[in-house]
Design a protein around this ligand. Structure first.
Ligand code: GLN
Length: 485
């Protein structure tokens, strides 16, 4: 098995035992990139030179006997909306095509202290708005299991890179499903952490009250390792939670005896493909076989989740994206006549269609005439959805549902119909609305089939329970499957 195919935990042990060096591993990953990147197109920017220099530095530290993190020397790719000092961060937008941040996001500061090797910046939907990575200004990433299909979005590059072994692990961001949904389509594991567990400082804001950075990896253990490294209180993020976090990888335990799993009937209704339902139910049965207790529950406001999500997220986006005005940083139109014209031309030319649609929708729902009818109602529904989850978690430990209603769709299939595209988020947005953690773990992983994800949703800060259940399931059915590229 080539080095790039191995999981982070396997590689970490090999590095520690000096069976391999980080330079060897990093070269293996870049060799893989040179073989498959033409087909997959997961990256916007590659950073091979700095990656190899960092790998050599880690090898030197190790040779000198330094005490290193389990992540030291592991090649990790970063979604292109996370600020990386000195490395271009575009948000897949023309607006930031040439933007090089002068600072690191807090997650990057943390990961650099763990001595990770940064492979480069991964493709995404522009400003993380989308469900297929087709909204990137630069390129369309392909699903490694079928190059005619989308990898999901908005962290499509992050999921495809893990599946295609173009990075050992990656970071994504999830505002309404953007880590879990592409993880599901690409057959990898993705965790959306509890709101406030991971600092958003340096994450280019889409919808600040919903955004969270989180890990994607080949295995549950890898994701637990990376999550442990990035979480923690940060004074640079006012919504960051004051708490201590355990070592989630060390806590991993596949004992699910007595674990109460809730099945919300609303997540198995119309619009969810039969094959997906069957795969998820089978996965729950596997956990039941291992001693988990399954219970049907109801989350009646699920029907309103999509509308609330698209109102709240667009409202926040319209405000957050006001800063891209051609003055502060980024793109500016070349020809204009005065200040107002400059704003207008810069924003017309700098943003793509989906981003403009969200800004218009957001501005509309916040306008004085419509605020009560839309934004206020969406916020009330947010409270109701959160309350229903809180009620459910009095009776169950985790909730099991599909991550996405169908397997990956064809490139171009939903591009002319935004509402159809939005509908693919129906199983994921509730989690962000309620600020909960959730994981997607592959549950249809047979050769010849497109991947499907099992979504496990937990109560706030119950990442340990989610990871434990996902780990138990993964152990029973087998882990990562390499796509045929
Ligand atoms: N697909 C959703 C949207 O387009 C979620 C995006 C995200 O989580 N960043 O808004």
């Amino acid at each position: 098995m080539a080095l790039y195919e191995k999981s982070a935990s396997q590689l970490s042990a090999m590095l520690k035992n000096k069976e391999i060096s980080s330079v060897e591993l990093t070269k293996s990953v870049f060799e893989r990139i040179s073989q498959v990147e033409d087909k997959v197109e997961a990256y916007i920017t590659l950073d091979e030179e700095n990656a190899l220099a960092k790998a050599a530095e880690v090898d030197k530290k190790r040779a000198e006997g330094a005490e290193l993190s389990p992540l030291a020397g592991i090649p990790i790719g970063i979604k292109d909306n996370i600020s990386t000092k000195g490395l271009r961060t575009t948000c897949a937008s023309r607006m930031l095509e040439n933007y090089v941040p002068p600072f690191d996001a807090s997650v990057m500061t943390k990961l650099r202290a763990h001595d990770i090797v940064v492979t480069g910046k991964l493709n995404m939907d522009e400003f993380a708005m989308g469900s297929s990575t087709e909204n990137s200004y630069f390129k369309k990433t392909k699903n490694p299991f079928d190059l005619t299909r989308i990898p999901g979005g908005s962290s499509g590059g992050s999921a495809a890179a893990v599946a295609a072994c173009e990075a050992v692990m990656t970071l994504g961001s999830d505002t309404g499903g953007s880590i879990r949904q592409p993880a599901s389509y690409c057959g990898v594991v993705g965790l959306k952490p509890t709101y406030g567990a991971v600092s958003r400082y340096g994450l280019v804001a889409f919808a600040s009250s919903l955004d969270q950075i989180g890990p994607l990896g080949k295995t549950v253990e890898d994701v637990a390792m990376l999550q442990t490294a990035i979480c923690g209180h940060d004074k640079m993020d006012a919504t960051s939670a004051y708490r201590e976090y355990p070592d989630l990888a060390a806590l991993l335990n596949s004992d699910v005896k007595g674990l109460r799993i809730g099945i919300p009937d609303e997540y198995f209704g119309e619009g969810i493909e039969d094959g997906v339902k069957a795969a998820v139910i089978e996965a729950v049965k596997e956990l039941e076989k291992q001693g988990a207790v399954v219970k049907h529950i109801s989350l009646p406001s699920t029907d309103y989740a999509l509308s609330s999500y698209y109102i709240i997220s667009s409202a926040e986006a319209s405000s957050n994206l006001a800063r891209f005005d051609g003055v502060k940083y980024g793109f500016r139109a070349e020809e204009y006549d005065g200040l107002v014209d400059m704003y207008e031309k810069t924003r017309s030319q700098g943003f793509g269609d989906e981003v403009k649609r969200r800004i218009m929708l957001g501005t509309f729902v916040l306008s004085s005439g419509f605020y009560d009818a839309y934004y206020k109602k969406a916020k009330l529904l947010q409270r109701r959805i959160s309350a229903e989850f809180a009620e459910a978690f009095r009776e169950v430990d985790v909730i099991a549902a599909p991550t996405v209603p169908t397997p990956a769709f064809k490139i171009g299939e939903n591009t002319d119909d935004p509402l159809k595209m939005y509908a693919t988020d129906v199983c994921t947005v509730t989690v962000n609305i309620a600020g909960l953690p959730a994981i997607s773990v592959p549950c249809m992983n047979k050769a010849g089939e497109l991947p499907v994800g099992l979504q496990l949703i937990g109560d706030k800060f119950a990442e340990d329970k989610l990871l434990g259940a996902a780990y138990a399931y993964e152990k029973a059915v087998g882990g990562f499957r390499l796509p045929n590229l």
